[in-house]
Design a protein around this ligand. Structure first.
Ligand code: ADP
Ligand code: MG
Length: 368
C-alpha cells in the first residue's frame, strides 16, 4: 500500500502573536507544498527520508520518545506519538518528504510537515481524524517534541483551508469563518533571507511575557483568563502595574485583535486600501511594541511600501526574519515582485525569493 499527501504553506494575512493569547487570526495558505510519499511496512518501524535536508532517520512505533538532539525528526516522531496517544493504531511506514516551502521563513514549514506526516500515517493505518482535531494534535506534537509553545493558528490554517479564502479563526472557541480574498488584490511574499531559530529563540520568551502580564493583571481585572479579554481601556488603566515592556507586549495583542476584526470587514467590503493600512499598522506594532522584527525586514517593508501598486506590507509569521507579505494591486503584482526584489538586492547583496500567493486546498491525500 502506498499514498501521497500534500500540505500547503500557511500565509498569515493578519493576526500575529494573538493565537496563543486566545485571540483572532486571519491566515490563508499558498500552493507551496510539503509532500509526503508513504509506503506500508510490515514491522513497527517508521523510516523517514527528507529530500529537503538530505537526511534519513528511523524510529520504532513502540518507543515514541523525542530524539536527544533537537532535530527535524522530532516533528515526525511527535506527530506519531500524539496520534498513538489519541488511540490510533499506527502501522510501520516508509516516508519520503519533499518541500517547496522555504524553511524558517515564516510560512510554517513545520506545521505543513506535521499535517503532511499526520495524514500519511493515518492513511497507512487506514484511519481518519477530523481536521480540527488533527490540528490540535499536531500543535501538541510541536509543544512536546519540538519545544515551541506555538498557538493553534498554523496547524488549523493548513488543516481547514479553503481555496481562494482566508480563514478567520477564533483561537478560543476554535470557530472559523471563511473570508473570500478580493480578486482585485494579490498577496506577494518577499523573503528577507534572514532566518530565525524559533525553538531556541525569542518566541517562547514572548509567550512567557504574555503569561507574566496576565499574572500581573489577574488580581486587578476581574475574570481575565487571557489577554484576549483585555480591552484598550483596562490596558491603559493598569499600565503602571505592567511596566513598559509588558505594557507594549499587551498593547500589540489588544490592537492586533482589533485589526483582525477590521481586516475581515475590509475584505468583505472590498476596501483594499483599508486592508493595506491595517497590514502596515500590524507591522509597526510588531516592530515597535512586540519587538519581533529585525533591520533587514524593516528595510524590506520600507522598500515594499514605496513600490507602485503596494497597499501595505508586514512581516509574516513568528518574526525575527523570514518573509514580508505585501498587499498589492493584482495587476501590478508581477511588476512589484521584480521591483521590490531588485531594490532589496541592492540593500542585501543577494536576490530575494518572491512568490505570489495562491490560496489553496487544505492538507490532503492526492493521486500519486
Ligand atoms: P517555519 O515553520 O516558519 O518554517 P520553524 O522553525 O517552525 O520555521 O520550522 C522549521 C523546521 O521544521 C526545520 O528546521 C525542520 O526541523 C522542520 N522542517 C520543515 N520542513 C521540513 C522538511 N521538508 N524536511 C525536514 N524537516 C522540515
Ligand atoms: Mg513553524
Amino acid at each position: 500500500m502506498s499514498l501521497v499527501v500534500q500540505a500547503p504553506a500557511r500565509v498569515n494575512v493578519i493576526g500575529e502573536h494573538t493565537d496563543y493569547n486566545d485571540g483572532l487570526v486571519l491566515p490563508t495558505t499558498t500552493a507551496l507544498h510539503t509532500r509526503v510519499r508513504a509506503r506500508r511496512r510490515l514491522d513497527r518501524i517508521v523510516d523517514v527520508t527528507t529530500r529537503t535536508l538530505d537526511d534519513s532517520r528511523t524510529f520504532n512505533l513502540d518507543a515514541l520518545e523525542p530524539a536527544a538532539e533537537s532535530s527535524w525528526i522530532n516533528y515526525v516522531i511527535g506527530v506519531a506519538a500524539m496520534l498513538a496517544d489519541s488511540g490510533i493504531a499506527l502501522r510501520g511506514a516508509s516516508l519520503e518528504i519533499d518541500s517547496e516551502i522555504p524553511l524558517g521563513a515564516g510560512l510554517s514549514s513545520s506545521a505543513s510537515l506535521e499535517l503532511g506526516v499526520a495524514l500519511a500515517l493515518l492513511g497507512i493505518a487506514e484511519q481518519a481524524v477530523e481536521p480540527a482535531e488533527l490540528a490540535r494534535l499536531c500543535q501538541r506534537a510541536e509543544h512536546q517534541f519540538a519545544g515551541l509553545q506555538c498557538g493553534i493558528m498554523d496547524q488549523y490554517a493548513i488543516a481547514c483551508a479553503r481555496r481562494g479564502h482566508a480563514v478567520l479563526i477564533d483561537c478560543r472557541s476554535l470557530q472559523t469563518e471563511q473570508v473570500a480574498i478580493p480578486g482585485s488584490v494579490a498577496l506577494l511574499l518577499v523573503d528577507s533571507g534572514v532566518r530565525h531559530q524559533l525553538p531556541d529563540g525569542d518566541y517562547n520568551n514572548r509567550t512567557e511575557e504574555c503569561r507574566q502580564a496576565l499574572a500581573r493583571l489577574a488580581d486587578r481585572v476581574p475574570a481575565l483568563t487571557s489577554l484576549r479579554d483585555l480591552g484598550p481601556e483596562a490596558l491603559e488603566e493598569h499600565k503602571s502595574h505592567l511596566g513598559d515592556t509588558l505594557y507594549r507586549r499587551c498593547r500589540h495583542v489588544v490592537t492586533e485583535n482589533g485589526r483582525v476584526q477590521q481586516a475581515v470587514a475590509a475584505m468583505r467590503d472590498g476596501d483594499t486600501a483599508k486592508l493595506g493600512a491595517l497590514i502596515s499598522a500590524s507591522h509597526a506594532s510588531l516592530r515597535d511594541d512586540y519587538e519581533v522584527s529585525c533591520k533587514e525586514v524593516d528595510e524590506l517593508v520600507v522598500i515594499s511600501d514605496r513600490c507602485p501598486g503596494a497597499l501595505g506590507s508586514r512581516q509574516v509569521g513568528g518574526g525575527f526574519g523570514g518573509c514580508v507579505l505585501v498587499l498589492v494591486d493584482a495587476r501590478e503584482a508581477a511588476a512589484a515582485a521584480g521591483r521590490i526584489a531588485s531594490e532589496y538586492t541592492r540593500y542585501a547583496g543577494a536576490t530575494p525569493w518572491t512568490h505570489i500567493v495562491q490560496a489553496t486546498d487544505p492538507a490532503k491525500e492526492i493521486d500519486s
